[in-house]
Design a binder for this molecule. Structure first.
Ligand code: 5GP
Length: 140
């Protein structure tokens, strides 16, 4: 498998070289808003240590990420009064992956809704407002 690229965009977010709307972090993981949300509250959860995806992740990286995914799934459900939550995760280009640092998408869902098409940037104010809602739900 291709080696981990330390210049990928999420590695830059981890090093705070580019901004992100961060909503949660602990020693092992970081959660921040997707810049092109397919639903209001669309979040990404990543490990703080390098791996491309599930195929090269250690059991410890996967365990830490999944604990944060569950915590944030509860938070987005509360924050957006969602009926459900969709998780997405892609591995390698053939599997649909575009950024090669392991990440899980968390998408709050409402009965009958459809995900927005990919690739459309949201307004920064909207992303910040959604991030604030999730931070507030985490604090409850
Ligand atoms: P995937 O690799 O799972 O196919 O998609 C990568 C995801 O990262 C996409 O949902 C895309 O919108 C998001 N993304 C790409 N570049 C950035 C960025 O610079 N900042 C943030 N917050 N999200 C990004």
């Amino acid at each position: 498998m291709t080696a981990y690229d330390r210049e990928n965009i999420f590695a830059k977010i981890l090093r705070a070289e580019i901004p992100a709307a961060r909503v949660y972090e602990d020693d092992d993981t970081l959660a921040f808003m997707d810049i092109m949300p397919r639903a209001d509250g669309h979040l990404l959860v990543i490990p703080k240590t390098p791996c491309r995806n599930v195929l090269d992740a250690s059991p410890q990286q996967l365990a830490a990420v999944m604990l944060t995914v569950q915590r944030l799934s509860h938070a987005v459900r509360k924050a957006f009064d969602a009926d459900g939550v969709t998780l997405q995760q892609f591995n390698e280009a053939a599997g649909g992956q575009e950024v090669f640092h392991l990440h899980f998408h968390i998408l709050p869902r409402h009965e009958g809704d459809k995900l927005r098409p990919p690739g459309k940037m949201a307004e920064r104010e909207q992303i910040e407002a959604d991030a604030a809602k999730i931070r507030a739900a985490l604090a409850l």
